[in-house]
Design a protein around this ligand. Structure first.
Ligand SMILES: Cc1cc2nc3c(=O)[nH]c(=O)nc-3n(C[C@H](O)[C@H](O)[C@H](O)COP(=O)(O)OP(=O)(O)OC[C@H]3O[C@@H](n4cnc5c(N)ncnc54)[C@H](O)[C@@H]3O)c2cc1C
Length: 300
């Protein structure tokens, strides 16, 4: 039986793998290859990289570091998780593997605007589409920026971006539906409002262009604010508690409400950032080590 199975090979899962393998524990990591970090053209807010680092390079370095200490990694999707005698049973296709503990680090998937995939991916690679103003608001300082969405979440995002640039437009997928107090805040901040639907998405002269009822528009960057899908189903089906959005509830040692099941990174409630995912994973891994040691001393 493994000491711990890690589900997810993004910054959270790989950090936990480095810690747990350096604690001499028998671990196995499953990853189906869709880390949000892999979409980052170049992060400039991750500490330690003054010239920035691409998400793919960061993940490759973390994988190499974990493998150096013996991480066993399989490129496979976990399809089932259940509590079992002395731990958990994890399902991968027609196999079931047992472990004394499980760390869920499956992240989230952003909802995308309605544009062709190849255009979306090209715009993302060029920074014309961005998903995280906490990460890269600095890069749009004094640029022409749109936020695509409406309601409380999108309005909050537009107001957040307003501290990087005065040129912010909030575009609704359909008609705007904004709480009155936020409408007033947006007006006071000079955020322009445009109703949808919009179409004609294109990259034109290093800008993202689109057409709305009032005419043709172009922006240096557009932030979709359409929410995300939280990949917590495995844990919820096994019995762990999540909030109304699907984020797993964890205590300050990253324990979920199901004993022996831990969660770290975007899938758990908190700031969706690489540094946060790594910090949570370090805490989770050390708590897992201490829990296993309390059950049976890990002496060599
Ligand atoms: C465009 C973009 C730019 C960003 N820029 C920055 C930035 O500059 N700085 C910053 O700090 N953050 C940035 N972020 C956020 C950052 O990418 C995330 O906070 C970080 O990747 C979270 O790490 P994680 O390990 O929790 O999840 P992820 O990186 O999403 O990894 C989750 C992993 O779990 C795997 N998985 C999911 N379900 C299963 C399953 N059932 N079985 C097996 N594997 C599974 C997935 O394949 C994936 O590899 C950005 C995000 C985006 C989208």
């Amino acid at each position: 039986m493994d000491d711990c199975i890690i589900i997810g090979g993004g910054p959270a899962g790989l950090t936990a793998a480095i810690y747990l393998s350096r604690y001499h524990l028998k671990i196995r990591l499953f990853d189906c290859g869709s880390s949000r970090a892999a979409l980052i053209p170049c992060t400039h807010n991750h500490a330690g990289y003054p010239d920035g680092v691409s998400g793919l390079d960061l993940l490759a370095a973390m994988r190499a570091q974990a493998e150096k200490y013996g991480m066993v990694r399989e490129a496979a999707k976990v399809t089932g998780l259940r509590a079992a005698e002395r731990g958990f049973a994890v399902r991968i296709a027609d196999r079931e593997i047992r472990a004394r503990s499980v760390l869920l680090a499956t992240g989230v998937v952003n909802h995308r605007p309605p544009m062709p995939d190849d255009l979306h991916d090209a715009a993302l690679a060029q920074g014309r589409i961005r998903y995280c103003p906490v990460c890269d608001g600095y890069e749009v300082t004094d640029r022409r920026v749109a936020v695509y969405g409406t309601g409380e979440h999108a309005a909050r995002e537009a107001l957040f971006i307003r501290s990087f640039t005065r040129d912010v437009t909030l575009i609704a997928p359909d008609r705007h539906d904004l709480p009155p107090d936020q409408s007033a805040q947006l007006a006071a901040a000079g955020v322009a409002l445009i109703d949808g639907p919009v179409g004609g998405w294109a990259i034109e002269r290093e800008q993202l262009a689109l057409s709305a009822e009032g005419g043709h528009l172009a922006f240096d960057s557009l932030y979709p604010a359409l929410g995300s899908h939280i990949r917590s189903e495995l844990a919820v089906e096994a019995g762990a508690r999540a909030d109304e959005r699907g984020c797993l509830e964890v205590d300050d040692h990253q324990r979920t409400s199901l004993p022996g099941l831990f969660a770290a990174g975007d899938v758990a409630k908190g700031l969706d950032q690489i540094s946060h995912a790594m910090g949570e994973a370090g805490v989770a891994a050390t708590t897992i080590r201490n829990m296993l040691n309390a059950e049976a001393p890990l002496w060599r």
